[in-house]
Each structure stands twice: as C-alpha cells, then as structure tokens.
Design a protein around this ligand. Structure first.
Ligand code: DQQ
Length: 541
C-alpha cells in the first residue's frame, strides 16, 4: 500500500515484508554479524513462526539470507521460537531455541551450523535427538521458553537459565550441561519475584565496574556486576536489575530490592520488548537488540504488508557515575550514516514558546541536544510554584505546564503544528528543595489519525551535579529513539503522522515551562539510508 509506504524506515532493520518479533541468537562470526529473528513468512501478523536470518559487516547495512530454521519437526511444528547462541572457546556455535511442539508443549532444542567453515552460516542442522529439555515437573507445558546464552561455571560446566512462572511468581530455572545434549536441573531458581508473572526472554550477563568494554558472558569476579533482564509477558516491558551472581548458591542477588528483577528499572520506557544482548568479540562490547512493535491497528499492518522493526543496536555498560543503572548508546557504526549537519548554539526559548530549527527535511535525523535552565530561575522556583509529583504517563503530557517544564524538542512536526511528537524534560523541585527530572515522549499529538496508540511515557532520570539536560534522538520516519543523559534512560516510540512526512517534516525547540527560560544547543545530522536488501552472493567477500 503506497499510501503507507512512508512509514517504512530507512536505517532500522526490517524484513522486506510480513511480521517480525524477537531478536534471536545474535552473534559475530568470521567477520560477519548474524541476526536471526522471529518471523512469519506468510502474513503481517504473529503466527507460523520461523527464524529469519540476515548478515552485516557493521550492524547497519544488512543482507537478507534464506530462513535459517523452519517448523519442520514435531518438536517445533507450532513454531520455531526464541533462542540464543553460545560460542564455545573452540569457536563452535551452539544454538538453543524453544520449539512449540505439535501439541503446543514448550521444549528446548539444539541446532548448529551445517558447515562451520561457511562464514554466512546459511544452513542449520537440528540435533536428531531433540528436544533436549521438556518442562520439568510442576512447570506448565506452556510456561517454559527462551533459553539464554550459556556461561561457564568454575567446575567447567555450561549453565543456562530459562524463564517460567509458578502461579504469579516469575522464575528463572537453571540447567547445567557439558555437551548441550543432556542437562541437569539445578534445584531452586536463579531468581524468583512474586507478582511479576511469566518471564520471557531472560538475559543474564556481566558488566564491568572498572573498564568501558563489554565482557564475555562467562566472566565473573570482583570487578564485575551482573545484570538480569526479563521480558514481562503481562505488561510487555523489559526490566533489568543490577546485582551480583553467587555462583556457589546459583543465585542472582539484586543490589537494591526496590530494583529487583521485573519490578524496577526498564531498558526503555516506550515500545521495546523481548530484547537480547550478545558479546561482540571483535569490538569487545556488549550489544543489545530489542524488538520495536507497531502502535497502529492490526488492519493497518495487514494493509501495509509488514509489522515491526528492530531498534538500532545499543552498547550496554554500567553507569560508573551512579553505579545503579546501565548506560545504553547506539552502536558507533550508526554515525557512518551521518550526512550534512547543522549546528545551533545558545537558542533561547522564553516560557511558552516554540522555536523552529531549520534543518530542512526532518524525517531521517540524528540529533544531539543540550538544554539549560537559567540558574537564578532554578533557585527561585519554590515548591509552591511547582508540584511534588510528576509522571510522564499520567500528568498530562507536554501540554501540562509547570514552573520548570516541559521543555525539549518537537520531532516529526509539520509547519502548522497540526502534528508533532514532543521529546522533553520535566523538572520539579520537591518540598525538600531537591530537583527531580523526568524524561518523556508524548505521542498524543503525533498524528491526526485516530486509530493509533498515542500514549505518553518516560521515566525519572538522574541529572548529576554539573550536568546539563542532554538528549540524543534518532528519527527515522515512524520511529523515534531517544537517549537521555548519555543513555541513562531511553524512550522509543512509534508514530504515524499523516502530514509531517517526507519534505513536510520539521523540527522545533519548545519550552512550555511557566517560570523558566531555557537555552538549547543542538547539532543535527541528516541521516543516509542503510542498505538493507536481498542476499547478493557477489557482495559477501
Ligand atoms: N516470543 C516468542 C517466545 C517469546 C515471545 C514467540 C516473546 O519464544 O517468549 O514468538 O515475545
């Protein structure tokens, strides 16, 4: 449907057509990044799930390869579901994935490359004695899925965890194996958290307290913290917890119980689910992939013939300044798409004003912006002129005015401001005199169309002494990915403007605070399109 074709993105990974969901088994092998994904080859809605496959030299430009695995066995007849890769020290690749059997039981299966000397890993073999794991006693037949990448125990065994639930308690089961064919279930759970429901797509990995680079999944010790991430089936968000891994007792222990697994911090406060990291040995970094679904109606997906994107891969590190959250940042390779840039220094916006940022067409952008509130005004603001509580979700979005917010940018806006998406900060000064900053994205005015989801979402974000308010925003037609305070929090949204498209899309700086003047400095790049196209054997050398 050409009327909707502008919604396709220019530098985000998506198949040529039909439905995609979770990232699967990402890995780096013999010079290529491999990306597998949950894919319906027959329609733009979920169903008939198989593994799509694409390769890249740089995580930005992709070639689509033939399907890696299809539903051709009794043990995956109802779907080749989510799984993870483990690269053994000898270079061998192990793929573990969930199969939904002919009777819809969730089992774990083993697969491996048919020809390890093929850097493209085109052909995959399923282990003839699959499945390797059935739901254990006491676990529901449909509550046992998404095996993780394996890590080494100090005894030299491989350990994996698999998400499940017991009544409403989310749990992570643990298994040890030597050969990935036979497994021993370890008593107890890596973690169990009441009321969180089914844990999908568990991820478990170390981050360094000392160095910037990422760590191989098996690393543990004094200089390391562990991250446990779960995707909550009940509320469709990815939550992470930072803590330590007690190897002997096979437990993850959160640093802060308020930020336990599935209840505290999220990777992203917008649309972002079923994510998975991998360790990229070539650049010694941990890279996060997340599935970005649609916010339009299912019939619109069917009409346009496709649904879902993958977010720009993000590096993940510990925030050593706060020690209590992760830092996520778009992989550096995305900067290779930057074309001409415009710079704007010290733009001033009085309370209640909108300032055009003339960058021309504003559909494919990489924006880096900093904002400052005048010191005097910050000091003057009192608790009476403000409120003690602000929530991106429920305080009225960017239209609700307070003394010190909202201020930020309007992306994917048209000249007449009949459509726009505010990405903004909202500062409150509590009765204790402390400033608290929220970072939000408001979709309520993003489109004149009525059949799309138009929520406002976001989170609190730490702004440390001496820091300005800062944001990086990637705009790509129907996706807006925003990273605040260097990546301490992120908000991704899908928007469907009908007027702010192609050459009519604009960018504005706005300040809707009542008692603060805001100064902004920005650098804005036009972004090139990535090559994301069918496999061409001539371009794989
Ligand atoms: N998607 C897969 C499951 C997983 C879910 C099926 C998460 O394996 O639990 O497509 O989105």
């Amino acid at each position: 449907n050409s009327m909707l074709s502008w919604q396709r993105t220019a530098f985000h990974f998506q198949p040529e057509k039909n439905w995609m969901n979770d990232p699967n088994g990402p890995l780096y092998y013999k010079g290529w990044y491999h990306f597998f994904y949950q894919y319906n080859p027959n329609a733009a809605v979920w169903g008939d799930i198989v593994w799509g496959h694409a390769i890249s030299r740089d995580l930005i430009h992709w070639q689509h390869l033939p399907l890696a695995m299809v539903a051709d066995q009794w043990y995956d007849k109802n779907g080749v579901w989510t799984g993870s890769a483990t690269i053994l020290p000898n270079g061998k690749i192990i793929m573990l994935y969930t199969g939904s059997t002919n009777e819809s039981v969730q089992v774990q299966n083993l697969a491996y490359p048919a020809d390890p000397s093929d850097p493209l890993l085109i052909d995959w073999v399923k282990y003839p004695s699959n499945p390797v794991l059935f739901p254990p006693p006491g676990i529901g037949a449909t509550d046992f899925r998404d095996p993780t990448t394996a890590w080494l125990t100090s005894e030299g065994k491989w350990r994996i965890t698999i998400g499940s639930k017991l009544n409403k308690t989310g749990i992570a089961l643990v298994y040890d194996t030597l050969d990935f064919k036979t497994y021993e279930q370890i008593e107890g759970f890596l973690r169990a958290v009441p009321t969180t429901g089914m844990w999908e797509c568990v991820d478990f990995f170390p981050v360094s307290k000392e160095v910037e680079n990422g760590l191989n999944t098996s690393v543990n010790g004094a200089g390391v913290k562990h991250v446990m991430k779960v995707s909550l089936d009940d509320d469709r968000h990815d939550y992470y917890s930072i803590g330590s891994y007690d190897e002997k007792n096979v437990k993850f222990i959160p640093d802060d119980v308020d930020n336990d697994v599935g209840v505290g911090l999220r990777y992203d406060y917008g649309v972002f689910y079923a994510s998975k990291t991998f360790f990229d040995d070539s650049k010694r970094r941990r890279v996060l992939w997340g599935w970005i679904g649609e916010s339009d109606a299912e019939y619109a997906d069917v009409a346009k013939g496709w649904a879902s994107l993958q977010g720009i891969p993000r590096t993940v590190t510990l925030d050593t300044k706060t020690g209590s959250n992760l830092i996520q940042w778009p992989v550096e390779e995305v900067e290779s798409l930057r074309l001409r840039s415009d710079e704007f220094k010290d733009l001033k916006a009085k309370p209640g004003s909108v300032v055009p940022i003339d960058v021309g067409t504003a559909t494919q952008l990489d924006i880096v912006a900093e904002f400052e509130i005048e010191k005097e005004e910050l000091e003057k603001a009192t608790s009476e002129s403000n409120v003690d509580y602000y929530s991106c979700e429920s305080s009225g979005g960017a239209a609700h005015r307070g003394a010190l917010g909202p201020f930020g940018l309007l992306v994917l806006a048209d000249d007449g401001l009949s459509e726009y998406t505010p990405v903004y900060f909202y500062v409150i000064k509590g009765s204790d005199g402390n400033l608290k900053t929220s970072f939000c994205s408001d979709q309520s005015r993003s489109s004149v169309a009525s059949d799309v989801v138009k929520k406002t979402f976001g989170s609190l974000v730490p702004v440390l002494e001496g820091e300005k308010f800062s944001v990086r925003i990637l705009v790509d037609h129907s996706i807006v990915e925003s990273f605040a305070q260097g990546g301490r929090t992120t908000v991704t949204s899908r928007v469907y403007p009908t007027r702010a498209i192609y050459g009519a899309a604009r960018l504005f700086f706005f300040n809707n605070a009542t008692a603060a003047s805001v100064t902004a400095s920005l650098k804005v790049w036009q972004m090139n399109s990535a090559f994301i196209r069918p496999y061409n054997p001539d371009q794989t050398n």
